[in-house]
Design a protein around this ligand. Structure first.
Ligand SMILES: Nc1ncnc2c1ncn2[C@@H]1O[C@H](COP(=O)(O)OP(=O)(O)OP(=O)(O)O)[C@@H](O)[C@H]1O
Ligand SMILES: [Zn+2]
Ligand SMILES: [Zn+2]
Length: 805
């Protein structure tokens, strides 16, 4: 008899990171299941907290004092047995709280306190109806969570599919509206009004002509003003005269929802694609938890292979999961998946409102969506019966979550592949060194697409040395060669993409006389200038202040902008090529929901000649008219104190070069650099991943870095710098005595941003190959840190960190 449950409580501390046992009220015995949320009394006094049931046990095995559950929050589990097991494993692997791992898997709506109603969806017996719902069709659930008799019946009804939850979604993102206008009259009627107007009422005549051509379109007032060139008061007058109607329109809708799905048919695979497909498909049909690296140059048609593998998976009756680095970065892939699989596709991405996300999640859980496309957290999509997991651009660092739980999507994907006996396909033109090395060692299978699918060749890549250029012409972002190439594209009506590499780079203000740099008073980092809001902002803590006119240190007026932002480049471009239509894409122009897609659509429709942007334009774009890619500053990321700096720069240059010449026209790439001799730049020019891999592996071996060694980073922080430093020195000493001889400890060193949000950070890096005791040592350390040092001391443990700054 399952009358005791084990509960992980929502009290994220090390001491409470274990299941607590509670008694289940008699009537709910066997109805309360693992994966349901409950409310339990906790600690002294009357405190009650939320928790997850993670296990059910028998009374005879337990003889401690017991408290009963206070309330039941769900009628059915919200976490299924697979994910429950995964959450426990993940907590252990990533040194995180079990409760955090459970919450990480759920959509936001299920995390906070959200009002819920129980809704009748099928006819109930008269007595149930009267007892539970009275005359109504729904009741507020919060009033029932403590009512054991009613809960018992509700859980049964839920299992019969007669009732379900409805969530009250107060959706701020969706509530935002803008004013739009619509014509109210017919073409002829406007003609009459025009005839009645005096000849000199020019603005009104223009408005009527504009409305006449609008048909039944609804356009935002802003667009209408731009298109007609008329001022707002003319529109007000028009409304007054009954020529137009104003209405409120949702401002940012889910961009995907608006796109009609045009069904697409599988392409005939070329020989390389076919060979790769044939290697992988047997592992789907006779399920095997194998891992495949699909290594294909840019434009080689990896996506088509994914789609056909997914189709093969659906044919076996199973579901498929496609992970992408970030949906907003790879917008075209979602469209391609939807055109192949239609309504079966659920999309999970950060642009969704909480309500939309929950809806998608529920469709997945209910088995209605058999294909899921999503970014990092979609790896937890509650797909039952998974038959295939694909990770596109598997080398991308955004797959690693940099807050707790610090998991890597790949690690979770591999776990789920094993659980379901399903193959995992890792796709990339520039695989991470870790993955490529595992394939070399035969742990992963490897399939290669060495040629482009549609275009005949990879683009031609040229390197321009910027040093003589700047000496000749002074500070500029454009070499003569790049300008000439841009000009040629304009004349031929072709398009260009310009990348401004902003990695490790900020637009800060520096005094040209004394070198003073404006820094955040809370964090030790420079403030970034925002021209649009005329403010200096801290990107870490949000601190904001005005742009200084005088240097606070020496009173000089020569305190100025230092470094380059897209705004500045756009301004220079407007000077040099005034006839070019430029779309600027960076965090500022894409902050609002839907803007990113809108800009890309504009570019796709050829409404601009040049797409100028940061990293966000480097990946996944497939536009046939783009024949030129220019990289304005290839080296800004090269000198960062991070052993992956070279790898990231190589990836970026290769990916962005891959946007050029993808269809029948030949592509050209121009890379501007101050380090033309650097091996990363040279190999990126040759687009030779395999040589880069060989060379980079040697460096990693010499310096004992991944993939030869594993790494863990310990980060300790405290408001008092001395306490933080001292604790980390003590930790180092403790570890030194217990770890394997080959294991290396680096640090403690202050983090490059030593102070953040008024805490001081010190880090220790551990590099190891095989160390049987390390994991246990770290778990123990995590448990003890607060007691051993100071209540305010925080220790975080990050396995395989992606950044080292
Ligand atoms: N078998 C095929 N026959 C004809 N065209 C193809 C075939 N496979 C792919 N293509 C086309 O080639 C282009 C590149 O394919 P795709 O975008 O799938 O490549 P990819 O390897 O995913 O690219 P990237 O990694 O650079 O984003 C697309 O326009 C696609 O429609
Ligand atoms: Zn100064
Ligand atoms: Zn700050």
């Amino acid at each position: 008899m399952a009358n005791l449950v084990q509960v992980i409580v929502d009290v994220p501390t090390m001491q409470t990171n274990q299941p607590y046992t509670y008694a289940v009220p008699k009537q709910l015995t066997d109805l309360v299941q693992p994966g349901m949320r409950v409310i339990v009394p906790f600690g002294a006094g009357k405190r009650e907290v939320q928790g997850f049931v993670v296990g059910v046990i028998d009374e005879s095995t337990y003889d401690g004092p017991l408290k009963p559950l206070a309330a039941v929050m769900d009628l059915a589990p919200v976490v299924n047995p697979e994910l429950l097991q995964l959450s426990q494993w993940l907590a252990n692997e990533t040194y995180a709280f079990w409760i955090s791992c459970l919450y990480t898997m759920l959509p936001n709506l299920l995390k906070g306190k959200t009002k819920r109603w129980v809704e009748v969806i099928d006819e109930l017996s008269e007595s149930d109806q009267a007892w539970l719902f009275g005359e109504e069709n729904e009741v507020e659930f919060d009033e029932l969570t403590h009512a054991v008799d009613k809960l018992e019946r509700l859980i049964q009804l839920q299992r019969q599919g007669k009732i379900r939850f409805r969530y009250a979604v107060v959706d701020q993102a969706r509530a935002k509206t803008v004013t739009a206008i619509q014509a109210t009259q017919s073409f002829e009627k406007y003609e009459e009004s025009l005839a009645e107007l005096p000849k000199n009422a020019t603005a009104q005549r223009q408005l009527l002509a504009y409305l006449q051509n609008l048909g039944d379109q609804v356009v935002t007032l802003k667009v209408a003003q731009e298109q007609s060139g008329l001022r707002p008061d003319i529109f007000r007058l028009g409304e007054h005269r009954g020529w137009l109607r104003k209405l409120q329109q949702e401002q940012y809708r889910d961009p995907m929802k608006d796109q009609a799905i045009t069904p697409s048919q599988p392409l005939a695979l070329n020989a390389e694609q076919q060979a790769a497909y044939d290697q992988i498909v047997p592992d789907i049909q006779q399920p095997q938890a194998t891992v495949h690296l699909l290594q294909g140059v840019t434009g080689s048609g990896k996506t088509e292979v994914y789609l056909q593998l997914m189709a093969a998976t659906l044919a076996t009756g199973k579901s498929a999961l496609l992970l992408v680095p970030e949906i907003s970065l790879t917008p075209q892939i979602v469209g391609r998946v939807r055109s192949r699989f239609g309504e079966q596709v659920a999309v999970l991405h950060s642009g969704l409102s909480n309500g939309e996300r929950y809806d998608e999640w529920r469709r997945i859980q209910a088995g209605e969506a058999k294909v899921v496309v999503g970014a990092r957290s979609a790896v937890f999509a509650p797909l039952a019966n998974l038959g295939l997991i694909i990770m596109d651009e598997e080398h991308e660092s955004s797959y690693k979550q940099d807050e707790s739980p610090r998991y890597h999507t790949r690690q979770v994907a591999l776990w789920r592949g094993k659980y379901h006996q399903a193959p995992v396909v890792l796709g990339s033109a520039t695989p991470s060194l870790e993955t490529r090395a595992r394939a070399a060692a035969g742990v992963y299978k490897r399939e290669v697409l060495a040629h482009r699918a549609a275009a005949k060749t990879l683009p031609q890549v040229e390197i321009v040395d910027m040093r003589p250029e700047v000496q000749r012409r002074g500070e500029t972002n454009f070499s003569n060669q790049l300008l000439t190439a841009l000009h040629a594209r304009l004349q031929r009506g072709e398009q260009s993409i310009l990348l401004l590499n902003r990695r490790g780079f900020s637009s800060f203000i520096m005094c040209r006389d004394c070198g003073y740099v404006l820094k955040c008073p809370n964090c030790d980092i420079s403030l970034t200038m925002h021209l649009d809001t005329h403010a200096m902002k801290c990107h870490y803590c949000g601190h904001e202040e005005g742009i200084p006119q005088l240097c606070p240190q020496c009173q000089s007026r020569r305190i100025r902008y230092y470094g380059t932002g897209t705004e500045k480049v756009a301004a220079e471009l407007a000077d040099l090529l005034p006839q070019a239509r430029v779309i600027r894409m960076d965090v500022d122009t894409t902050r609002k929901k839907g803007q990113h897609q809108a800009l890309l659509d504009q570019f796709g429709h050829h409404e601009a000649d040049i797409l100028l942007g940061t990293q966000m334009i480097a990946k996944g774009l497939d536009y046939p008219d783009v024949t030129l890619v220019g990289v304005l500053n290839a080296d800004t990321g090269l000198d960062l104190p991070d052993f992956r700096a070279g790898e990231r720069t190589f990836d970026l240059l290769t990916q962005v070069s891959g946007r050029a010449g993808r269809a029948d026209k030949l592509g050209e790439v121009i890379i501007q650099t101050f380090n033309p001799q650097n091996y990363v730049i040279k190999l990126a020019q040759q687009q030779d991943y395999e040589r880069f891999f060989a060379q980079e592996m040697q460096l990693r071996k010499l310096a004992a870095y991944p993939p030869y060694y594993y790494t863990v980073r310990l980060m300790g922080s405290h408001p008092d710098e001395k306490v933080a430093a001292k604790a980390m020195f003590t930790i180092r000493q403790q570890l030194q005595t217990t770890l394997a001889a080959e294991t290396q400890l680096l640090g403690p060193t202050p983090r490059s941003i030593a102070r953040l949000k008024n805490r001081y950070y010190y880090q220790i890096m551990i590099k190891y190959r095989a160390d049987a005791r390390l994991h246990q040592e770290l778990l123990t350390l995590m448990h003890q840190a607060q007691q051993q040092f100071d209540r305010q001391f925080q220790l975080s443990i990050d396995p395989e960190p992606q950044y080292f700054m």
